[in-house]
Design a protein around this ligand. Structure first.
Ligand SMILES: [Zn+2]
Length: 407
């Protein structure tokens, strides 16, 4: 099959005018101008007309479980207040509500051009009732060992038993100790060794709020008090920042996707600078969620200048208003106007592909990559295609995942 569009945005080289992509099965086999691909005589030609054809977008941090919570919690005065509120909301919902939320979340992601999603799953037992995923999905098993008092070994054994013999062709699995305030260092270390053995990716929330920083660095503040009330052992508090605590104890390494990293001290930056380039963890920034919580300004430029692999994601609808990565890119652009539209697009294509160890397989259009593609109508001039893509506010009219055109 050949798919033709007025512009092919490969994210792997210059834009191709009057471009075409040849697909065999679920793979891209050739990319070029329409005349370049004239030698391919077999199979149908699909002409998308005045469209930009680009890789399907990758959302590197989402919680589909909470897709029913849009506007359910007004922006809170404190992060701890929000945690208490969402915990209460979670207790009021049953498994049918969560299944409906996951399906609704998938539909909204697809509507806005996301073809791959990192989904942190708090209720993995629901998956037996879900069927194959409609998008390429990394199901990250959320691991918490502070509150439920189950041993870390049991948590990991449960996760691995669950992942065995599961999943459709679009499903992959990973492990996600929730955050340093809810997951012990030994749980992080066990997740590390399991992920190495089963070649699974790893993600966690780190340094999300001022209250998390106060808890670890100062042994003080609302989160510290809340966790003390939950009888979390607090001997790791009053020592180091959340990031330093994890990094210096070997709980995380360069394989990890770290969501948020909003609260970083100069010491954290020195630590990041001491890591050889390419060895730092990937960082996932969620601009809408960041704005909702009024976190400390995200230090995008400093992280970018250190060569950190930066991804943009939505987080859940409990703390942002849409699952459109285009909305998130525009929010990011408002605080980081120096980022070019092409740089913005890299944070939802090639960068998250690299974070998931799927470089050259996802997030770009090149021979050998998986055929996950979207098309966006653009004006005929092609002078500012990347700008037009980032400005997109229309549902995506054409999507292909794994070589299949979605109906
Ligand atoms: Zn999250």
């Amino acid at each position: 099959m050949i798919v033709r569009a007025s512009a092919v945005v490969t994210m792997d080289g210059p834009l191709i005018k009057n471009g075409a992509v040849a697909i065999e099965g679920n793979r891209i086999v050739a990319v070029g101008t329409m005349p370049d691909l004239a030698w391919i005589s077999e199979g149908p030609v699909i002409d998308l007309g005045d469209c930009a054809l680009l890789p399907g977008l990758i959302n590197a941090h989402c919680h589909l479980d909470y897709s029913m919570m849009r506007h359910a919690i007004s922006p809170p005065k404190s992060f701890t207040a929000w945690v208490r509120r969402i915990n209460a909301l979670k207790r009021s919902l049953d498994s049918d509500d969560y299944l409906a939320a996951i399906r609704r979340g998938f539909a909204e992601l697809r509507k806005w051009g996301t073809t791959s999603v990192v989904n942190i799953e708090a209720f993995p037992e629901l998956m037996t009732r879900l069927g194959p995923s409609p998008l390429r999905t990394w199901w990250f098993y959320e691991m918490i060992d502070i509150r439920h008092r189950i041993t870390t070994e049991d948590v990991v054994a449960g996760a691995l038993a669950f992942f065995q013999n599961r999943g459709g062709t679009l499903d992959s699995f990973g492990l996600s100790p929730h955050a340093p305030y809810t997951a012990s260092l030994s749980l992080y270390q066990l997740a590390n060794s399991c992920a190495a053995e089963f070649t699974m990716p790893l993600t966690t929330h780190v340094a999300e709020s001022r209250e998390e920083m106060a808890m670890f660095r100062d042994a003080a503040g609302p989160l510290y008090e809340f966790m003390t009330d939950l009888q979390r052992p607090m001997t790791d508090c009053g020592r180091a920042t959340p990031f330093a605590q994890l990094w210096e104890n070997g709980a995380i390494d360069g394989r990890w996707l770290l969501a948020h990293m909003n609260e970083l001290t100069d010491g954290d930056f020195s630590l990041l600078a001491s890591i050889p380039r390419g060895g730092t963890p990937s960082i996932v920034h969620c601009p809408g969620s960041h704005r909702y919580f009024s976190h400390t300004p995200f230090q995008y430029r400093r992280l970018h200048d250190l060569g950190v692999n930066l991804c943009t994601a939505t987080d859940s609808l409990a703390s942002t208003t849409s699952l459109s990565l285009f909305d998130e890119l525009r929010t990011l652009s408002a605080t980081e106007p120096w980022l070019t539209p092409e740089q913005l697009l890299r944070t939802v294509t090639v960068n998250p592909a690299r974070a998931l160890r799927r470089r050259e397989k996802l997030g770009q259009i090149s021979p050998g990559a998986l055929a996950d593609l979207i098309a966006i109508p653009v004006s005929g001039s092609l002078r500012a295609v990347h700008e037009e893509i980032v400005a997109n506010r229309q549902p995506i009219p054409w999507t292909m995942i794994d070589g299949q055109i979605l109906p």
